[in-house]
Design a protein around this ligand. Sequence first.
Ligand SMILES: *Cc1c(COP(=O)(O)O)cnc(C)c1O
Length: 346
Amino acid sequence: MRPLSELVRPNIWSLQPYSSARNEYNGKAASVFLDANENPYNHPYNRYPDPLQAELKAVLSQKKGVPAENIFLGNGSDEAIDLVYRCFTRPGVDNVVAIEPTYGMYKVCADVNDVAYRPVMLDDCYQLSAERLLSACDGNTKVIWLCSPNNPTGNHLLGEEIVKTLEAFDGIVVVDEAYADFSKRPSFRLVLGHFPNLIVLNTFSKAWGCAGIRLGMAYASKEIIEVFNKVKYPYNVNVLTQRHAIEALNNMEDIDRWVNLLLLERGVVMRAVQQLPCCRQVYPTDSNFFLARFDDAQGLYDYLVGQGIIVRNRSRVALCDNCLRITIGTKEENTALISALRTYCP
Ligand SMILES: *Cc1c(COP(=O)(O)O)cnc(C)c1O
């Protein structure tokens, strides 16, 4: 890995971060807070949230086995994705490499930040090749984007190829594990210590059932987390979100129960879709959704919309022609979907 001082944008490396009232005050017990121009009334919403979310990180650290200093929390993992660009890539100069197809935000954030985005096609089994990714890199490639399990294909990426990429690339490798809670494979956050260039993303939005509170995490070296903390908005995770996340972490049985239920239901829906005469292929998945190829995805999509059932039409995405991405819902929702599919495609 190149030294962090060479990977980070020069203006960010030398940035003097904003020092908020709550940053400057640290530690000693206090009961009179006259430092932040807050209104003393309307507790607890009158107070700014903890900018570094210490209490929440302590609980998360314990549940996920990652030291708090290796955790960044943001307004969804989308905030971390944008921060990767703002911290590491020089607009109009640097570029990033990513698997294709994958999650759309990597490209959108590249465009917003005026950074060239170099997609590298997966193979027919939606797998990556470290060699092909690396051959798309040059001296100005700062980041490689991987997503495992991948969206929209649903499958996990080969661990050996991810490791090869981490070992051979001298810049940052992001492994987005938004769906890892649905997979039995070990998370890359557990090998952070081996790879100083690794950033692992996870989110409260999927298995955790908390898309509405907007909370995502990045796990990385202490040095990378410090760069993120310097650049993020001072109060990026609000009081309500911090509170609810702590509650959710203290009720992990709920999450396990939801995941088990969704995995069972996933089997039911996938088998039903596989049996439809208009279905050409159902792709293997490690997520709470799956990709399926149909004779006429657009026609089927339109029919489902007419029935009030919305799935994701991915038929215009690379390697996904005539594919729909179907999320697993409740038993009732899945039954409604299957019955509509059988009517359209008897
Ligand atoms: C849904 C999803 C996210 C989640 O983003 P949030 O901003 O945390 O809601 C991140 N990455 C991938 C690949 C996703 O599919």
